[in-house]
Design a protein around this ligand. Structure first.
Ligand code: NOJ
Length: 551
């Protein structure tokens, strides 16, 4: 049996921990889909605020909110029309202020998303640039250029949008503008001082309101290679993250983050932080964003994209720790977010056509492995319920621009954005106030049994498993922050490592094979992702199982 351990979260109002972010467990809230306070079918800030006790009880340290700013929602809020305003569909600035205060009162830190690579095509600067036409100075805040070909009918270069199709759109006066994402998301020109000044001011606006940090969207994209050179071939999107491109991970971005670090450091009290969403070709390139005077953390996408495979995981863990230790930054670990297929489904093999029970078993084991590693971990809303990807969404309810631009090729992001089930027997399962009320994406009927209420108190549920895991992680002196692990000898397909902290040593064992294995018992069982069989000096780990030991 798994063992129940309780530990209180940090006392509300207690003194801020120094460098709290080094081992923080940070929970991503996707505001559209977390909780709907007003019953319109769309999540909102008052809904989130009302559900914060769930996050306190879960035992996370911080909450990161995806964008809720004024936006026409061409890319679910990653197209920002006003960086200082809350979109009415999510609430008001007063609601944002209240949410920060309530989170702080519960001992939770709050991270907002900042979107500096591009804005919305309804942002005032872009509207002005369209109105004033070619040659107007305000156009220089974006990448407006004449086209190629006799009549300028061809885009200025061969870059492709991440969402598919050309990265350029032509406006009525004949010029083209750059958008690495949807046409409704024009890229800023970070060679322009006004862009720098604007984002300094936006950072300060939210810091003044009390936010504890930022998740930096497309942190690797702000600076483009000078002259915007052609790449020379198509299919760029398929190769993203695997090859160098002149619009991502350019050396010039680092000066921006040095500037931002100085701004973050101006604020007293608990440290304000920034985490980079930087899809770089290697974890070593990601570490460059975390040099001592730059950002604090970067998402470990190499880890997220690694299969459930012992050798591959061991290699990426080693590479991550080495790269991050070299710049004295904490490693981060993440398995799911609002852009990828949920890991309970990824690990089932294939996009939803795999074995769901195997997917969930591996997902729980993967979570326990992730939470055992030194550094900080990111959770995506709903993974604590073991939610799978929703693969059966009808096309007419989908909203992801990637689905439409890519003709379905990469249209998987709505399936991980389906509203959370909280309670009750009828959809939307407590997501909104009314039984049978609306939700912007439909939930499967089977989610009744996966709701927070349905899982609470059931010792075998994934929710209670997450609660125990986070409580043990908080309580055990060898878990959380740290730099290193020591690999222990183990059979093929098994990972075993030791961590030693002040006053305690800890061992994590993972059976990634498809069969139960009898392994030496290294200490006292703390927690297991599945029932383990006791034995004399040995313990049987079922297939796809992680165990934590005090050793
Ligand atoms: C990354 C965000 O996570 C994703 O949802 C968005 O579409 C792109 N950046 C563009 O902002």
């Amino acid at each position: 049996m798994t063992q129940n351990v309780t530990a209180a979260p940090a006392a509300p109002g207690s003194a801020p921990a120094p460098q709290w972010w080094r081992d923080a467990v940070i929970y991503q809230v996707y505001p559209r889909s977390f909780a709907d306070g007003n019953g319109d079918g769309m999540g909102d800030l008052p809904g989130i605020a009302a559900r914060l006790p769930h996050l306190r009880d879960l035992g996370v340290d911080a909450v990161w909110l995806s964008p809720f700013y004024a936006s026409p929602q061409a890319d679910a809020g990653y197209d920002v029309a006003d960086y200082r305003a809350v979109d009415p569909m999510f609430g008001t600035l007063t609601d944002a202020d209240a949410l920060i205060r309530e989170a702080h009162a519960l001992g939770l830190r709050v991270i907002f998303d900042i979107v500096p690579n591009h804005c919305s095509d309804r942002h005032e600067w872009f509207l002005q640039a369209l109105r004033e036409g070619p040659g107007a100075p305000v156009r220089d805040r974006f990448h407006f250029l004449p086209g190629k070909g006799p009549d300028g009918e061809l885009p200025p270069n061969d870059w492709e949008s991440v969402f598919g199709g050309p990265a350029w759109t032509r406006v009525e006066d004949g010029e083209w503008y750059l958008h690495l994402f949807a046409p409704e998301q024009p890229d800023f020109n970070w060679d322009h001082p006004a862009v720098h000044e604007e984002f300094r001011s936006v950072l300060r606006f939210w810091l003044d309101l009390g936010v504890d940090g930022f998740r930096v969207d497309v942190a690797h994209g702000l600076v483009k290679a000078s002259g915007l050179p052609d790449i020379g071939h198509g299919e760029q999107v398929k190769l993203l993250g695997k090859q160098e491109v002149p619009y991502f991970d350019q050396d010039g971005v680092h000066a921006i983050y040095r500037d931002w670090r100085r701004i973050l450091a101006e604020y007293g009290g608990a440290e304000r932080i920034a985490v980079a969403e930087a899809w770089t070709p290697t974890v070593e390139r990601s570490a460059r964003y975390l040099r001592h005077d730059e950002l604090h953390q970067a998402f470990n996408f190499e880890y997220l994209t690694t299969d459930w495979d012992a050798a591959a995981l061991r290699a990426v863990i080693d590479r991550s720790l080495t790269a991050m230790n070299a710049v004295d930054a904490p490693a981060t670990w993440v398995l799911s977010n609002h852009d990828v297929v949920r890991h309970a489904t990824r690990f089932a093999d294939g996009d939803g056509d795999g074995d769901a029970a195997r997917g969930l078993r591996r997902a729980r084991a993967a979570t326990l492995l992730m939470l055992a590693l030194p550094g900080s971990a990111y959770l995506y809303q709903g993974e604590e319920l073991g939610l799978p990807e929703v693969t059966e969404l009808p096309d007419e309810v989908r909203q992801d621009p990637a689905f439409f631009r890519g003709a379905g090729q990469d249209g998987t992001r709505d399936g991980c954005r389906v509203p959370l089930p909280w309670s009750g027997r009828r959809a939307p399962f407590g997501f909104g106030p009314a039984e049978g009320g609306p939700s912007w994406l439909p939930q499967p009927d089977s989610w009744q049994g996966l709701s927070v209420a349905a899982q609470t108190g059931d010792p075998d549920s994934t929710l209670e498993f997450y609660r125990r895991a986070l409580a043990v992680r908080r309580a055990h002196p060898a878990l959380g922050a740290g730099r290193d692990i020591v690999w222990l000898p183990s059979p093929e397909g098994v990972l075993a490592f030791r961590r030693t902290g002040r006053g305690g040593s800890f061992v994590c064992t993972v059976n990634l094979t498809a069969s139960p294995l009898s392994l030496p018992t290294p200490g006292t069982l703390l927690l297991a992702s599945a029932d383990v069989g006791p034995g004399a000096g040995r313990t049987v780990l079922p297939a796809d199982t992680t165990v934590w030991w005090a050793a």
